[in-house]
Design a binder for this molecule. Structure first.
Ligand SMILES: Nc1ncnc2c1ncn2[C@@H]1O[C@H](COP(=O)(O)OP(=O)(O)OP(=O)(O)O)[C@@H](O)[C@H]1O
Ligand SMILES: [Mg+2]
Length: 385
């Protein structure tokens, strides 16, 4: 087993053009399920292919385990990769597809048979070993593609959107299977996806990429609750965070005046986080935009999406602003209803409008209940009694 270390890694495809991977520093720990998350074209596959050795490194250092591997050919890197568009050999049975990579490496026949027999049950492929790929469902084929990587027993798995060809339900099932597999193998896995649900559910840690840059690295909930900047805040979460442009006001600063004229009180941790007059965006997740008959955000319900456990409400608010709230309690409103909302008292994010950088400290108790009535005095201590 091995970790993977990227130091100031750069990829420039065409000289004179902007880097596709731009000075990326990452340390993937041994045994970690590490996610590279970002929008299409941000350089995820490029980065993974560089780790695999399928793409040259323009600058920087890449180590697997303790070994610098910049110039080590792919087959000597002790990695196995599952590609975005995997292809099985159509004329080979599932058994032979699984064993093909080992056979190419000259692994003895009985050893191949042993490893295939070990991997097949874990992936639910036992009954299918003698079938050809054309007689398999999409999900079964996907499992064969994964199985081919697993039988190799690599130190590091590189997985490029391995579930992207599956329907939503199967993706959900395969996510759980992958998680189990990772727990069982305890191998290092680097997993590329643009799907934030996959990232949140699978990852020990996530690196969010944009434009070839790492925006933030951390455990899923840490990144979700304390996004480092507006990009990360907007990318993670569905429906996405609401962003309300405004200006900081007060001496000391205690409020935001939104461009719509509405004033919002800032929680204490954001008081004086920047100068009065600073242009900011206030960020509130849909689940933290609460129904309140006195709420400062006034609007009309435009669309109601009743999803059963929750209702997602799109609101046309004053000043041409669109708000999205996710309601889990009470009677869901109807389209056309007047509605009033307020942001949760403490779970508010502020971003500098120009740079998108987060203002103020991390939220210490994400998603905690709002401060309730002051707690009753504790029962008097012995001394006073
Ligand atoms: N061989 C190549 N030559 C030149 N440019 C390339 C090459 N491969 C990829 N690119 C460019 O590099 C950028 C990053 O591509 P990459 O495939 O790494 O993105 P990605 O994050 O994996 O996207 P997706 O989610 O769509 O798979 C894109 O703009 C792409 O057009
Ligand atoms: Mg890709």
């Amino acid at each position: 087993m091995a970790g993977v270390q990227l130091e100031q890694l750069v990829k420039i495809y065409t000289e004179g053009q902007a880097p596709t991977v731009d000075h990326v520093d990452l340390v993937v720990k041994d045994g970690e399920f590490f996610i590279l998350l970002g929008p299409s074209g941000c350089g995820k596959s490029t980065l993974l292919r560089m780790i695999a050795g399928l793409e040259s490194i323009t600058a920087g250092k890449l180590s697997i385990g303790e070994r610098l591997v910049n110039d080590v050919p792919p087959r000597d890197r002790d990695i196995a990769m599952v590609f975005q568009s995997y292809a099985l050999y159509p004329h080979l049975s599932v058994r032979d597809n699984l064993g093909f990579g080992l056979k190419m490496r000259g692994t003895p026949k009985d050893e191949i048979a042993r490893r295939v027999a070990e991997v097949a049950p874990a992936l639910g492929l036992e009954e299918l070993l003698d079938r050809l790929p054309k007689a398999l469902s999409g999900g079964q084929r996907q499992r064969v593609a994964l199985g081919r990587a697993i039988v190799r027993e690599p130190a590091v798995f590189l997985l490029d959107e391995p579930l992207s060809n599956l329907d939503a339900k199967l993706r959900g099932t395969m996510r759980i299977e992958l998680k189990r597999l990772h727990q069982r193998l305890a191998a290092t896995m680097i997993y590329v996806t643009h799907d934030q649900v996959e990232a949140m559910t699978l990852g020990d840690r996530i690196a969010v990429l944009s434009g070839g840059h790492v925006q933030q690295v951390g455990p899923p909930l840490e990144v979700y609750n304390n996004p480092a900047n507006r990009f990360v805040a907007g990318f993670l979460g569905s429906p996405p965070m609401n962003f309300l442009p405004g200006v900081l006001v007060g001496e000391p600063v205690t409020k935001v005046t939104l461009t719509t004229g509405v004033q919002i009180d800032l929680p204490e941790q954001l008081h004086d986080c920047a100068k009065a007059g600073s242009e900011v965006e206030l960020g509130v997740r849909p689940e933290l935009l609460l129904l309140d008959p006195e709420g400062p955000l006034v609007g009309t319900v435009a669309v109601v999406e009743a999803l059963g456990a929750e209702t997602v409400v799109t609101v046309d608010a004053a000043g041409g602003q669109t708000l999205v709230a996710r309601l889990t309690e009470g009677v869901p409103p109807q389209s056309g209803d007047a509605i009033q909302l307020r942001p949760h008292a403490t779970q508010i994010h502020l971003f500098e409008r120009k740079s998108g950088e987060r203002l103020g400290p991390s939220l210490k108790t994400p998603l905690a209940a709002e401060p309730a009535e002051p707690a009753p005095e504790p029962a008097s201590s012995g001394e006073e009694a």
